[in-house]
Design a protein around this ligand. Structure first.
Ligand SMILES: Cc1cc2nc3c(=O)[nH]c(=O)nc-3n(C[C@H](O)[C@H](O)[C@H](O)COP(=O)(O)OP(=O)(O)OC[C@H]3O[C@@H](n4cnc5c(N)ncnc54)[C@H](O)[C@@H]3O)c2cc1C
Length: 552
């Protein structure tokens, strides 16, 4: 499959003279926080088309609970926020990026409030919560635990009202089109209009993460790593994909989907108990329940192993009556759906795949190493998170890098003018003689093998096996041309899963969220990024020094 990956530039067949064409200045892929923020910025100066594969609000952003990290209290300051982010990043964070983001956070929150985002208030100021790894309370939130929903409400309203933004919902971006080494547009599929070719001066990739490559994840169904796979096929560099963050506390009810219980619950004083009813976090870390996510996830995993238990428990029974329901109304409702009353019952939780720290390598403006392609949000790797994301820093990153990508895209459009002719790019792959596999089976098996072998703990043997298994499926899946989104998603998930496993096999040390049982120590020799690119042989892996922002 590695070879198949290397040789496969486009997933679909297309011929320009047979397809409808649309032209715009800036084309944004994805309607989450990163995509909508980029669109709103670019639309001040040029025409923007947003393409999104589901309904506009079907984005991971809509599910964000805890909030956005920003230093606002008199005891806090942006330098302390930067220090906390740097310390959690375990040597892979880019200090200049981190300081810049922490210092810009307050102005972005001010702007959101001016736009109408209703952050929760405490007296005259904003209510601020505490989350793991933060030395101060600094998480602003909305409607208790519905921050993402409130952000999306305001951004969608603004985008819909903007005369220069058009949004195409239910439109699946299959592949980036490139010509003379430059990204010039996208080939898409819409159930009503079929294949279409969209052309733009600049494409902004804001397609989110890859959580759905795992069986147990907090991510919604859109998070199939499409943008990462697309960028990889087009020749962009993917950076640090082995860094997949597991959220320590997702509700564990056998047979039900995994739903997140925000870290802010521990920030408000919840305890983690093992099956024996004992608090265990203080034995693992002096910060107890508020240790960084990787530490808490590994501690829970160790307790589950020790007790042969499927989960541990969150305990909020000591909260004053009514406090939990008021502060976390969504989680309260979720628990009630499963006949759990947090005031009296323990909440069963376990870690699941949550956030892709790695992504398409970008520089400080959001430029990838492909001319014409920018990236922002979870799909991008900016250097902010390093080897471990500090809670509530990703919405912040989406805001800041979304704005920058939008700004740069608009500048390019103004400088270069509208692209108004299609390029003669076509792709026709002959039918493969190999057997067709049941794609549903492939997806389920892929998710299982990723959850077993490329999760919180990894080892060379398991990673090698995983790569072999994915390559086997790939031989039968990557050789074909399919004609529906679920099949393209399967091909994308196989592509990114292989990249994650290969990056994890390459990094022979433990650092941040990447824990190798065969290399349990952090090794200074591995204080570097792992980059992956498509090559004629398949996937080319290399290392790059830290602090070097991704360079075009
Ligand atoms: C349950 C949960 C809670 C979280 N809570 C917080 C929090 O409190 N604070 C915080 O900072 N972070 C939080 N995060 C992380 C944060 O929400 C995400 O990292 C962030 O919202 C990602 O934004 P995005 O714009 O990059 O991607 P998304 O919001 O996922 O948007 C991606 C968009 O791309 C579209 N798309 C994908 N593929 C295609 C394709 N092939 N064609 C067309 N469109 C496509 C999708 O439909 C979607 O519109 C949370 C994550 C989860 C899962």
């Amino acid at each position: 499959m590695r070879k198949a990956l290397g040789q496969r530039r486009y997933l679909t067949n297309f011929e320009p003279h047979r397809l409808p064409h649309l032209f715009t200045d800036v084309l944004v892929l994805g309607s989450g926080l990163g995509g909508l923020r980029a669109a709103l910025e670019a639309a001040d100066r040029c025409d923007v088309l947003v393409v999104t594969k589901d309904a506009i609000d079907q984005a991971t952003t809509s599910y964000a609970q805890g909030g956005i990290a920003v230093a606002t209290s008199p005891e806090d300051n942006p330098d302390a926020h930067a220090e906390d982010t740097l310390s959690v990043a375990c040597g892979l964070g880019h200090e200049a990026v981190i300081r810049d983001v922490a210092h810009r956070a307050p102005q972005h929150i001010r702007q959101l409030r001016e736009w109408g985002v209703e952050f929760d208030r405490h007296g005259d100021g904003l209510a601020i919560g505490r989350e793991g790894g933060h030395s101060h309370a600094r998480i602003v939130h909305a409607h208790g635990d519905a921050t993402g929903r409130e952000l999306m409400r305001v951004l969608i309203e603004r985008a819909r009202r903007h005369p220069r933004i058009r949004v195409f919902e239910g439109c699946f971006a299959i592949d980036l089109l490139s010509h003379d080494g430059q990204v010039v547009g996208v080939v898409t599929f819409h159930p009503k209009y079929g294949h279409q070719m969209f052309w733009a001066t600049t494409v902004v990739l804001a397609t989110g993460g890859l959580g759905r490559t795992y069986r147990e994840t907090t991510n919604p169904s859109i998070a199939t790593g499409d943008g990462l796979a697309m960028a990889f096929r087009a020749g962009a560099t993917l950076r640090d994909l082995e860094m997949v963050q597991f959220h320590p506390t997702t509700l564990y009810v056998a047979g039900a989907a995994r739903a997140l219980i925000t870290e802010a619950v521990r920030g408000e004083g919840a305890y983690l108990l093992n099956r024996a009813g004992q608090r265990f976090m203080p034995h693992y870390d002096p910060q107890g329940e508020l240790a960084p996510r990787d530490v808490v996830s590994r501690a829970i995993s160790a307790e589950m192993k020790r007790e042969h238990a499927p989960c541990v428990y969150l305990d909020v029974r000591h909260f004053p009556p009514g406090r939990f329901a008021k502060r976390f109304p969504t989680i309260e409702r979720l628990c009630r759906d499963f006949d759990l009353d947090p005031q009296h019952d323990l909440i069963p939780v376990r870690p699941t795949a949550h956030y892709s720290i790695g992504g398409v390598r970008v520089d400080t403006q959001g430029q990838t190493d492909l001319p014409g392609l920018l990236a922002c949000g979870e799909a991008a790797c900016t250097g902010l998170h390093g080897a471990n994301r500090l809670a509530s820093n990703s919405l912040l990153e989406g805001l800041i890098y979304g704005q920058r990508a939008g700004q740069l895209a608009a500048e390019r459009a103004e400088a270069n003018g509208r692209r108004d002719h299609p390029h003669a790019i076509s792709h026709l792959l002959p039918q493969s003689p190999r057997t067709e596999l049941d794609l549903n089976d492939v997806v389920h098996s892929l998710q299982s093998v990723m959850s077993r072998n490329v999760a919180i703990e990894r080892s060379a043997d398991r990673l090698r096996e995983t790569i072999e298994i994915i390559e086997f499926w790939g031989r039968y899946v990557m050789d074909k041309v399919f004609d529906e989104p679920v099949a393209w998603e399967t091909q994308n998930m196989l592509t990114v899963a292989l990249c994650v496993a290969m990056a994890a096999a390459t990094r022979c040390e433990s650092r941040g969220v990447h824990c190798r049982t065969d290399f349990p120590q952090t090794d200074p020799q591995w204080q570097c990024h792992i980059d992956l690119r498509r090559s004629d042989d398949g996937v080319q892996t290399s290392t790059a020094p830290v602090g070097e922002p991704g360079q075009a």
